[in-house]
Ligand binder design. Structure first.
Ligand code: ADP
Ligand code: MG
Length: 358
């Protein structure tokens, strides 16, 4: 068994204001393995930032356990919750880089100075720091901008400066908290590609906090979905996309794959709107080696069920094809029942969106 690089166990974070208590994080347990790109997705206010701030104790939890790299940072069971000395905590925090939606650059300093700022406590010599800064700027492809100021840069370039700065102390973990949320789709993809490259080349473990499942879909191998402070479900990205359980997870996936629009348009068509009794409007989701043609022909050949495809979509997730089809199924009651069972047996997720299965 591999030891997770980050282990959060039963984390609670409660804020107490005058008369109100806010349970920002409720009993969350997450294990992140070295080399994971772990997505944490949820709408604004779900508790994502509070949860990730608990990792380096920028937010001390109310209860639970925080273990990073095998070292217990916090243990709510112990009388003094924080288990690490302030000086050690400062050292450990340097090994956990963070990037944010609003970049948090120093506007009065050049690009190179912004990156060098992160090295102020580093034991490197002045020359070594200079070399480190150029190496980092090269990595994020900003060597030609080192003497410019943040105001002279685009959003994507600013975020790349922030990434270079976050990597200055060779962290093992990078926490990206909505880092692409202020960027346009093309720039978002460039930043995600850079994160993916850092993950692949340096085995950098990345926590990708986002309200956009598209970002998760692009680069995360695991995902947790948060709502109201709690994790609704978590698992491999492939499993979550092919077998989502919570309505919120389905909603995120539908948006990320543009199925929301297709679903709305198709639900309004006559075939679905006036679905004859005995027919079913369903979504079939499948991954890997099953492809839609044998599934559909199999339904007809074995169960005399006719599937008319109203919409089809294929996504590539972690190198695996994930297909989804919106279909109207018609056949005898027995045929439909047996046909749906056989799809399930083949690993296809079947959701009846309209009509009742006998
Ligand atoms: N320092 C704080 N004091 C009081 N409430 C807070 C504080 N930080 C966050 N919250 C509340 O906790 C909840 C979760 O916030 P947050 O973790 O920022 O969510 P997210 O990052 O998913 O948008 C929200 O209701 C927010 O208002
Ligand atoms: Mg947040």
């Amino acid at each position: 068994m591999t030891n997770p690089i980050i282990s959060l166990k039963n984390i609670d974070v409660t804020f107490t204001q005058k008369k109100r208590t806010i349970e920002a994080v409720k009993n969350v347990s997450i294990d992140v393995n070295r080399g994971d790109v772990f997505g944490i997705v949820g709408y604004s206010g779900a508790g994502k930032s509070t949860l990730v701030r608990a990792i380096n104790l920028l937010q001390v939890p109310t209860a639970g356990q925080v273990v990073v790299n095998g070292e217990t940072f916090f243990d709510g069971q112990s009388s003094k919750g924080v288990q690490i000395k302030p000086k050690d905590l400062r050292d450990r925090r340097r090994k956990i880089g963070m990037i944010f939606q609003h970049f948090n650059l120093l506007n009065e300093r050049t690009v190179a100075e912004n990156v060098a700022f992160a090295l102020q406590h580093s034991p490197l010599s002045a020359n070594e720091k200079k070399a480190k800064v150029s190496e980092l700027l090269e990595l994020v492809e900003l060597s030609d901008r080192s003497e410019q100021f943040p105001s002279q840069l685009s959003g994507g370039q600013k975020q790349r400066v922030a990434i270079a700065r976050a990597l200055a102390n060779d962290p093992e973990i990078l926490i990206s908290d909505e880092a692409t949320s202020a960027l346009d789709p093309k720039t978002t993809n460039q930043i995600l590609a850079l994160l993916k490259k850092l993950n692949a080349e340096f085995n950098l473990t990345i926590l990708l906090i986002t309200h956009e499942m598209e970002a998760v879909k692009e680069i995360a191998n695991k995902v947790a979905v948060m709502q109201n402070g709690a994790v609704l479900e978590q698992g491999s990205t492939l499993d979550i996309f092919t077998k989502p359980q919570a309505p919120l997870t389905k909603e995120f996936i539908e948006t990320a794959t543009n199925q929301d629009k297709a679903l709305a348009a198709i639900s309004a068509t006559d075939v679905v709107e006036n679905l004859p009794a005995g027919q079913l409007f369903a979504r079939l989701t499948y991954s890997g080696n099953s492809t839609n043609e044998p599934l559909i022909t199999g339904l007809y050949q074995n169960f005399q069920v006719v599937a008319s495809i109203l919409y089809g979509n294929v996504e590539i997730l972690q190198g695996t094809e994930v297909g989804s089809l919106l279909v109207v199924l018609s056949g005898t009651e027995a045929g439909l029942a047996a046909g749906l069972d056989s799809l399930t047996d083949q690993g296809v997720t079947v959701e009846i969106l309209k009509g009742t299965k006998a």
